[in-house]
Design a protein. Structure first.
Length: 254
């Protein structure tokens, strides 16, 4: 009889130990489980990425209810539109709610992001259209676009091939201007043409391609954000702004 009681106690203690380990983190960590549920929604809410990581702040019992006080979402290599990939995107959300099969909700949020020169250079190069009238009477094509950002200034340079067989270099230097919360315009303080052939026509062409339209237009991206500040650093552009939390529900069906 005593052996039977002892055996039952051992079984009960073993079961309690397993439950404690599962709740405490050796099995299913409730905080990490909640973070994974949030991470699973981020490709739909923002876009594909090399890696996402969510960090949730709040009490465990509220996490079981799908509610946390704050969330920090970090994305690496986030593709916000084809050809435009952010090195890093950090989103801070407050008073977050998440439920299986329902949209992510938040009371308010902000973000900051970094875009490298190399990515911007590749992105802009892919957007260069064929040279059209009236400039194609003088210029045959443009290629070898280069971007250099440094301490508040962006410099663009491009090789211009003329109909006379002469290659010249066009350079634009200036700052960036934010418009409508989604568009980045280039304001040139200087436009130079290094060469001997019809520089005025080349200046007009460069202005048409880089100054009379947004340098970057994010109005069509999936992520519900409004850019409020843009800054130029060494080899990179930096964006900051607000998350339009009222639009989160539109992105994932409930």
């Amino acid at each position: 009889m005593g052996n039977t009681v002892r055996a039952q106690k051992h079984i009960l203690l073993g079961f309690c130990l397993l439950v404690a380990l599962a709740i405490g983190g050796c099995g299913i960590n409730p905080r990490r489980l909640a973070e994974k549920r949030v991470e699973a929604q981020l490709p739909r809410l923002i876009g594909p990425a090399k890696r996402y990581r969510a960090t949730l702040l709040g009490r465990h019992e509220r996490m079981f209810q799908g509610k946390v006080k704050a969330a920090r979402l970090v994305g690496e290599g986030v593709e916000i539109q084809p050809g435009l990939t952010l090195r890093e995107l950090v989103v801070e959300l407050q008073e977050v709610e998440y439920h299986q099969g329902s949209p992510l909700k938040a009371k308010q949020g902000s973000f900051h992001a970094v875009l490298d020169d190399e990515v911007l250079q590749s992105y802009l190069s892919s957007l260069i259209p064929p040279v059209r009238l009236p400039w194609n009477l003088v210029v045959s094509r443009l290629d070898n676009l280069r971007v250099r950002s440094r301490a508040g200034e962006v410099r663009l340079s491009v090789d211009v091939h003329t109909r006379l067989g002469v290659k010249i270099t066009g350079e634009l230097s200036g700052a960036l201007r934010l418009k409508e919360g989604t568009q980045i315009w280039f304001e040139a303080s200087e436009v130079k043409v290094v060469g001997l052939s019809v520089p005025e026509k080349v200046r007009e062409l460069l202005s048409e391609m880089f100054l009379n339209r947004p340098l970057i237009d994010l109005s069509g991206i999936k992520a519900p954000v409004r850019i409020e500040r843009v800054a130029v650093g060494e080899g990179m552009l930096m964006f900051e702004g607000a998350v339009l939390v009222e639009k989160l529900a539109e992105l994932t069906p409930g």
